[in-house]
Design a protein around this ligand. Structure first.
Ligand SMILES: *Cc1c(COP(=O)(O)O)cnc(C)c1O
Length: 404
């Protein structure tokens, strides 16, 4: 429940389950709803940060790439960040005229020329890759960067999301830099990039920046820019913007760099819902389990990967008061469990269950395992109207598997 406020639009005053639902009851489920007002609020907060500090904020498309909303977001952002060729092309096509940055763990020779068409800033993950592709990128007039690894873990419990974990392949450590960097390769570099945070506040950025200064402070004055990656939870209500601003100013003043941030989550945080319905209720050992038409494994994979428990409108995550249920998907995966929630009234087949914070790492990450349908996507417009964006069906499942 942490980020959901039932007293404000779009769902304030509506009964979140058990109907009748003026807005949602007619929606075919499962369906994602992207909330334009929330996207706009996030965009404004990021644009204010950019205006106050002079930093540039990019959308990390791997978290949210529903490009119909790029025209809205482009009013507030400097451009997009991509993880490879396809995302770079998407950013170039759908946010025309804006910056396109790309970072990839390793670039492919057969794609690099096409990538140069789309990306203005190309960040390499190793000094080998810098040596292999950097001169070509430079000759094409591109800005060239290198990802560094400050070896500063600030997150606990999520080793899968910690690029500074021991043995990580992400970024060049200072020891490797000292062994492999040459003056001619250094001369290719316009900027450095680090990405070490995940859903974190600015105190962890400050800690990281101290490690960056300690390890790479001598080379930063030679750079034009410093990209501080993503993982900054800037649009979360308790995020400390003052500390972020002082980190940005410190980098600008100390090293004379332009600062880039490339949040994914923060751009679309709390800007989407996954609307589902209860199909059945079963019981095992005193636990009542509601089987939904939405699946953790297919429609919210980070619930299992991260793992985390998403908020549900009108229910208490982990609660035991009232009517507790375990919510689960209809797939054959025993672990397709979303979590335990307490509701104020009993659930029944047909009831709506609305998950919050479902714009990020969902529509761009879902799958059709078990032949599950891809949820349709709806827009909740600024005027409070639900309008269909895309619909999916059997062909979308079949076309990924063979000749149609
Ligand atoms: C994942 C990632 C981001 C975005 O991270 P969020 O946690 O969604 O803000 C930005 N840059 C890079 C290099 C990433 O890998």
């Amino acid at each position: 429940m942490a980020f959901l406020d039932l007293t404000t639009p779009p769902f304030g005053g509506l009964r979140p389950y058990g109907g009748p639902e003026p807005l949602l009851s007619t929606l075919p489920t499962p369906g994602y709803v992207i909330d334009e007002n929330r996207l706009r609020e996030n965009g404004k907060r990021l644009a204010t940060l950019a205006r106050r500090t002079g930093c540039k904020v990019l959308l990390a498309q791997k978290a949210f790439s529903n490009y119909d909303f790029y025209p809205l977001l482009s009013q507030y952002l400097a451009g997009t960040e991509a993880s490879g060729l396809y995302e770079a092309r998407l950013g170039w096509e759908e946010m025309p005229g804006k910056e396109v940055h790309v970072f990839c763990g390793a670039y492919r020779e057969d794609q690099f020329e096409e990538l140069l068409r789309y990306a203005g800033h190309i960040v390499f993950n190793s000094i080998h890759q810098l040596a292999k592709f950097g001169p070509v990128a430079k000759a094409a007039g591109k800005q060239v960067g290198l990802r560094i690894n400050p070896e500063c873990s600030t997150q606990e419990g999520h080793a899968i999301y910690d690029p500074c974990a021991p043995g990580s392949r992400m970024g060049v450590t200072r020891a490797v830099w000292n062994r492999e960097m040459s003056p001619s390769l250094l001369a290719l570099l316009d900027g450095l990039h680090f990405h070490t945070l995940c859903e974190q506040n600015s105190d962890d950025l400050r800690t990281t920046l101290e490690a960056v200064a300690d390890k790479f402070g001598d080379v930063l004055p030679k750079m034009r820019w410093l990209n501080m990656g993503g993982g900054h939870h800037i649009t979360r209500p308790d995020y400390d913007l003052n500390t972020l601003e002082s980190c940005i100013r410190h980098a600008q003043d100390t090293w004379g760099v332009t600062v880039y941030l490339e949040p994914g989550e923060a751009v679309a945080l709390n800007a989407g819902y996954l609307v589902s319905r209860v199909l059945d209720i079963v019981e095992n050992g005193g636990i009542r389990i509601a089987i939904l038409d939405a699946s953790a494994a297919c429609h919210m994979p980070d619930v299992l990967e991260m793992p985390y428990q998403p908020p549900i409108l009108g229910a208490v995550a982990g609660g035991t008061e009232g009517y507790p249920y375990r919510l689960a998907g209809p797939t054959c995966l025993a672990g397709d469990v979303i979590g335990d929630y307490a509701f104020a009234a009993p659930l029944a087949a047909g009831d709506l269950v609305v998950f919050g914070d479902m714009a990020i790492y969902t529509t761009c990450k879902n799958n059709t395992f078990n032949g599950m349908p891809l949820p349709d996507i709806w827009t909740l417009t600024g005027e409070g109207v639900l309008s269909p964006l895309t619909q999916f069906g059997y062909q979308d499942f079949k076309s990924r598997l063979g000749r149609i």
